[in-house]
Design a binder for this molecule. Structure first.
Ligand code: NCD
Length: 310
């Protein structure tokens, strides 16, 4: 594997190799000195055209823990605001010797464009392209499920995962559906009909409009952020109505099986798709997801850049 663009490119063997490597690398986080020399002298560029808190910081922490040099490039304050193209930006990064480019972009397909060009010679990692994919998020979600529900071992065979909310705009949902299917889990998407993409019936998952019915057998409930910034029309009558039907509040959470986890990729709209008390509940693993993001991104950087050299 040269790039990480989409979870549809990962076989079960590839995905498990990343998760197993992440588990090994997680041990570094428990040491007083959280650093390995593996990627010394390599340069990782974080190329972020869209806002991000968790993902950018997480890639930065991951690269630094492997001793790579990190260049953070965000659209604001760069020549992009002067109209420079993706191509010229990429050529500039190549000229500076980037070994890997982590890209987040508002256009679906931007990471593929970069990977299939001769502008960049290094590895391209998709950190979110429009409403398309966000593969490292799905991998950290799978890591978290495996860690809490499967002793950190094996596939996710037979696990029932319910993904709820704004599927239409969610690259997290797309990447998760394919990765979870590859790992053997059963996925159910729950959303109002207006927030489901065209063609969802061809995806490897079930679709439901009834959250109460879907969650009683769930091992994991993953709540998605309502992405108001991508909505140019009204997709539901009101925030209140949305929360009532598709939000996870305390009474609804009480109907989950005892062992079930609550997840959210962040950033959360507390009070909208998830109640504040649910976000902070004991079964909520939202903060673990952030921690695990660093392990998984270390594994991806290690396997793409350093793996071959031992
Ligand atoms: C998500 C994203 O940017 O796709 N966040 C993340 O990376 N943790 C989800 C979102 O923005 O709602």
């Amino acid at each position: 594997m040269r790039h990480l663009l989409s979870t549809t490119d990962l076989s079960q063997t590839d995905a498990l190799a990343i998760l197993d490597t992440a588990r090994e690398l997680a041990l570094v986080a428990d040491r007083p000195v959280k650093k390995l020399p593996t990627l010394r002298g390599r340069t990782v560029v974080n190329l972020f055209f869209e806002d991000s808190t968790r993902t950018r910081i997480s890639f930065e922490a991951a690269a630094k823990r492997l001793s790579a040099d990190v260049i953070n490039f965000s659209a604001k304050g760069s020549s992009l605001s002067k109209g420079e193209s993706l191509k010229d930006t990429a050529l500039t990064l190549q000229a500076m010797g980037a070994d890997a480019v982590v890209i987040r972009h508002g256009a679906s397909g931007a990471a593929h464009r970069l990977a299939n060009s001769d502008w960049i010679h290094g590895a391209v990692i998709n950190a979110g392209d429009g409403t398309h994919e966000h593969p490292t998020q799905a991998l950290l979600d799978a890591f978290t499920m495996r860690d809490h529900l499967r002793d950190g071992q094996g596939s996710l065979d037979g696990l029932n995962v319910v993904i709820v909310g704004d599927v239409l705009h969610s690259r997290v949902a797309r990447s998760n559906v394919w990765l979870l299917d590859t790992l053997g889990a059963n996925v159910t998407l729950v959303a109002p009909p207006t927030l489901l993409p065209v063609g969802v019936e061809t995806w490897p998952c079930e679709v439901s409009y009834d959250l109460d019915e879907a969650i009683v057998k769930a091992d994991v409930v993953m709540m998605l952020r309502v992405q108001l910034e991508r909505m140019n029309a009204s997709f539901f009558p009101s925030a209140r109505e949305y929360s009532r039907r598709y939000g996870l509040d305390v009474p609804r959470m009480a109907t989950l099986p005892d062992h079930a986890l609550v997840m959210h990729p962040g950033p959360m709209n507390r009070g909208m798709e998830i109640a504040a008390d649910v976000a902070d509940a004991e079964r909520s693993v939202i903060v673990d997801q952030v921690t695990n993001g660093v392990h998984v991104r270390m594994a991806v950087l290690y396997l793409l850049l350093g793996g071959q050299e031992g």
